[in-house]
Design a protein around this ligand. Structure first.
Ligand SMILES: [Zn+2]
Length: 389
């Protein structure tokens, strides 16, 4: 067993340990305790807090190098149209370079697991050998043709019909039953914008018009929220709902009944100037909320510390420790990895980061979130993925 000592060990699922030690055997954590409980030689990480690596519950690695290239001009539909034009200009090699840049940004900012929406199967092999754990969810769109073939589905950790305006009911049903049968992540963009709400609830607005041009049937529009539409399709159960910014009155209860979780992407939310995220309503309904970065095209950074800072600035009642749990333990549960990552406990994967901390124990979570420098020590699956110590 290899032992790692730090000023503080922050297991997330249990109280902080001063002068703590984590023992690693192979790819797993074998022990968590106080320095005084261990006699063997150990690596001293010094005046740092040792905690689980961040779990980014929503990202598009393929689009990392689009950062700053797609300004938001006030219309979500226009932004999607601009994105489609840019995607057509990119080669497979552009997407590969972009995903590589994204992986580097993740490891440097302390993310050890990411749920990545893969726009095409072309990067699946590359990300499978990445220094961080990539849970690839193949994006599926059938509004203007066939979705990616089923032969790719089994290779992925999950599947992601893009959104209710670009994926059909038939596709949602097929993907949902496939994911439920195989224990895969089922995740989709939902209730993201006012324009999506206008399309589904009132059959109007720029997104409704854009999709009409693309030939999407309007017969499911004007009947209720997009969450209600997915509920009617029978596919809410176990869903990881991306965004959920614009919910109708009954939607939080619908998501709770279906045991769905929500991933909130604070900097992307600000980028589009969406209406306030209904965190209090979701929390009151008992819907787990975790955090993600979204793509750098709309979020500009993949740094989960920046996402937590943004979130805490918007919700003053939330404590730093709660935000940290949303970016580790809660996200791991939402990604079908409960107890496997996002916490430090015997039996979980050895996914850890060490971050400098000067202050008292009660300030440790705050110190982690306040950091913006490269995370100097990162371990994934028991292997040191980054070390500047
Ligand atoms: Zn997204």
């Amino acid at each position: 067993m290899f032992l790692y000592r730090a000023k503080y060990v922050l297991p997330i699922a249990s109280p902080l340990i001063e002068d703590g030690v984590v023992g690693v055997e192979g790819d797993r954590i074998a022990a968590v305790g106080r320095r005084a409980d261990f006699n063997e030689p150990m690596t001293d990480l010094g005046e740092r807090v040792l905690l689980p690596g961040f779990v980014n519950a929503h990202c598009h690695l393929d689009y990392t190098n689009m950062a700053g290239k797609l300004p938001f001009k006030g219309s979500f539909a226009d932004w999607i149209a601009d994105m489609v034009v840019m995607k057509r200009k990119w080669w497979t090699s552009d997407y590969a370079a972009s995903a590589k840049a994204g992986l580097a940004a993740l490891v440097q900012s302390g993310t050890t697991t990411v749920c990545d929406i893969a726009a095409s199967p072309s990067n699946l092999d590359m990300v499978a050998n990445a220094p961080v754990r990539v849970l690839s969810c193949l994006e599926l769109i059938d509004v203007a043709g066939k979705a990616a073939a089923e032969k790719f589905w089994d290779r992925c950790a999950g599947l992601s019909p893009h959104a209710p305006f670009t994926a059909s009911e038939e596709l949602y049903r097929n993907v949902h039953s496939f994911c439920r049968q195989r224990g895969k992540i089922f995740t989709t963009h939902i209730a993201e914008s006012n324009e999506e709400a206008a399309m589904f609830e009132r059959a109007e607005g720029p997104l409704y018009e854009l999709l009409a041009v693309l030939g999407r049937s309007p017969e499911d529009c004007g009947r209720g929220s997009s969450v209600a539409w997915l509920d009617g399709c029978g596919v809410l159960e176990g869903m990881l709902a991306i965004h959920a910014n614009c919910l109708s009155d009954d939607d939080a209860a619908r998501l709770a009944r279906a045991r769905a979780a929500v991933v909130h992407c604070p900097s992307s939310h600000r980028f589009y100037s969406h209406p306030p995220f209904p965190f209090d309503r979701l929390r009151a309904a008992g819907v787990p909320v975790c955090l993600g970065s979204d793509s750098a095209a709309s979020g500009t950074t993949l740094d989960m510390r920046a996402e937590m800072r943004e979130f805490l600035a918007a919700f003053s009642s939330v404590r730093p420790a709660e935000a940290l749990a949303m970016a580790t333990m809660t996200a791991a549960k939402a990604l079908n990895q409960p107890g496997l990552t996002g916490i430090l406990t015997a039996g979980s994967r050895a996914d850890m980061i060490a971050v400098p901390v000067a202050g008292a124990a009660r300030e440790a979570a705050e110190a982690v979130i306040a950091g913006s420098e490269t995370v100097s020590w990162v371990m994934v699956d028991g292997k040191v993925a980054h070390n500047e110590l």
